[in-house]
Design a protein around this ligand. Structure first.
Ligand code: NAP
Length: 291
């Protein structure tokens, strides 16, 4: 009887450390050559606990990689004008190469307005329409961090993904659509599944690469997975198990793990790579600024 290859659980924390190490070296080389230290500014409006933790982790990571970083905190009740003014000032600063306004914003502030106001060359979230257009026309510069992190994982785990059938579950502007674009540019054959797809499981069962970015806890079970597939779980869903708060992905890890070739866990998979890719984007933005 043929022995089954054990499933590989992809360690996103380890990959993220590796990526940050590579970037730290690049940052050091830059400063030795007299080039400016890459600078990242994060704007945090209000005191949402999850956003506060995300911002803290991003800044910690930026400092680890040798970036200059600063956090600008605004009160939850600040006006649109006050937030606009902060972004305009950061757009003009020479020591800031990357600007990130932590989302979601309080309801009275316009996210679309802020995304459009950030200088596209400093838009390290990759959400500005200019960067969206560059990505979809094959000239990507600054790409949303989560899909970029997923591509880093796939390329480091699989090497060349050319010719693979990739299915992305989800079509958001932040994850699903840019993910599908990146896979297409890596020469995958790409399908996108969304809430109106008929028999999503059947389509997903054809995937060599399955990326789940749905926001529905443990939606994907083994009925959705082709044997030997690589499964990337983007989902972060807070649930309560035996009275304890726990984070789970969009994939039912215990049910699926046995069936696939490799899988990212939640937590400890895509999450850490998202932050590492923010640093990567800041470095890319600084390099663009050198030219
Ligand atoms: P989103 O904007 O809510 O988009 C969810 C997508 O899933 C939509 O396109 C929706 O389809 C589709 N969908 C919903 N239910 C479905 C179903 N039953 N079958 C098939 N498709 C379905 O979410 P998002 O911002 O992309 O985030 C997705 C997940 O990733 C969330 O859990 C989020 O917390 C997580 N996330 C993680 C990171 C990270 O760093 N790890 C970063 C960002 C997001 P329609 O378009 O038809 O409505």
């Amino acid at each position: 009887m043929q022995e089954k290859t054990p499933v590989k659980v992809i360690d996103g924390r380890q990959l993220s450390d590796l990526l940050i190490e590579e970037m730290t070296q690049e940052v050091n080389e830059r400063t030795q050559k007299g080039l400016p230290q890459p600078g990242l500014a994060v704007v945090l409006v209000g005191e949402d606990p999850a956003s506060t933790i995300y911002v803290r982790n991003k800044i910690r990571c930026a400092e680890k990689a040798g970036l200059f970083s600063l956090v600008i905190r605004l009160d939850a009740s600040c006006t649109q004008q006050a937030l606009d003014d902060v972004v305009v000032e950061l757009n003009e600063r020479d020591d800031i190469h990357g600007i990130l306004v932590q989302l979601p914003l309080p309801k009275h502030l316009s996210e679309a307005r802020i995304i459009n106001l950030i200088d596209p060359t400093k838009d390290v979230d990759g959400f500005h329409p200019v960067n969206v257009g560059l990505l979809s026309s094959g000239q990507a510069k600054l790409v949303p961090c989560t899909p970029l992190g997923c591509m880093e994982i796939l390329e480091r785990e699989m090497g060349d993904v050319s010719g693979k059938h990739a299915v992305v579950i989800g079509r958001s502007n932040i994850v699903g659509k840019p993910m599908a674009n990146l896979l297409l540019q890596a020469n995958c054959t790409v399908s996108i599944v969304h809430s109106k797809t008929i028999d999503a499981a059947a389509l997903c069962r054809q995937a060599d690469i399955l990326v789940a970015a749905v926001g529905v806890a443990e939606l994907v079970d083994q009925n959705w997975v082709k044997p030997g597939a690589v499964v990337i779980d983007v989902g972060i869903n807070a649930t309560e198990i035996d009275g304890k708060r726990k984070l789970v992905g969009d994939v039912n890890f215990a049910d699926v793990a046995d069936k696939c070739r490799a899988i990212t866990p939640v937590p400890g998979g895509v999450g850490p790579m998202t932050i590492a890719c923010l640093i990567k984007n800041t470095l890319t933005a600084a390099k663009q600024h050198d030219m």
